[in-house]
Ligand binder design. Sequence first.
Ligand code: GLY
Length: 369
Amino acid sequence: METVHVGLEGREYDIHIGPGLLAKSGALIGPMLARKQVCVVTDENVAALHLETLREGLAADGIAMEALVLPAGESTKSWAYLEQTVEWLLAQRVERKDVVVALGGGVIGDLTGFAAAVLRRGVGFLQIPTSLLAQVDSSVGGKTGINSPLGKNLVGAFHQPRLVLADIDVLGTLTPRDFLAGYGEVVKYGMLGDANFFEWLEAQGPALATGDEEARIAAVKRSCEMKAEIVVRDETEQGDRALLNLGHTFCHALEAATGYGDRLLHGEGVAVGCALAFELSMRLGLCAQEAPSRVREHLRAMGMKVDLKDIEGELPDADGLLDLMGQDKKVVDGQLRFILAHGIGEAFVTADVPRDMVRQLLVEELSRR
Ligand code: GLY
């Protein structure tokens, strides 16, 4: 088992990464419990695959478990399911010293974390992420919340987990498409801040995708290390944490345009958004042509969506996409902010991007569809 430490003073925690962690959950979680019982929030898909393994892992150390099983899907990250979760946790008599467990992907992690943040003005929670995307991104760093009818993640709180258990075995139950969507967030870390990691992924990506355990552990570990380091520097995103949003300004517009559903998964949108961010950086004279070419080549080699033409169905025109980008949380005083790059592994945040350049890029990319 590998461990990454998130050194936030007063709220520090470990991320354990390795195989068989669900089965060892009792031994790993036990030391942080005031009493030997936990409430678990999960979804129907994850419950069918992993809930019994977790129950047995906890029971091996005498820990009792109650579970709330919610519908799977983005629409669960809503006011209605937040209310249901909080009321269920209260009915279970969860106390301040208890910890709530989120077993699932990003939706369950965000919803459960937010429920824990507001329950009795804050109870502890821990994350057992079951998607690659959740293992390398959403379960780490304390962003919790739900969607509003007006947009994604508009209601929430920073509430750090007490522990993250990233069981590599559960990645074996993901569809190839879901795995690759999560890989979009993995490769993002190389692109934003570690050229060596990007190079390693160019070589190891195919092994990762076909299930190489050592490679998967190494990739999740490096991703978590990078995220932990940025979160410790800037927990509440006053500056550097925005680097984690490389590709996301484009991605959020594309997700809004495609209905936040099966047409474009979040991690797929991140990959397309990263390719666009590198292309824009090159056009602004910030990096050499080699950088966007390498990004595209690697994503293509992994069988991922890379360009706007890879997204099926209608898309808005360039002005429509620019309007959707205007809803991005990184907009300040109406000014779009982008994460651009001087090269692979050298990203930075800027508001200094002429709207016409972005528009022109989108016009050209859309014309290739
Ligand atoms: N997913 C980006 C962040 O946690 O800041």
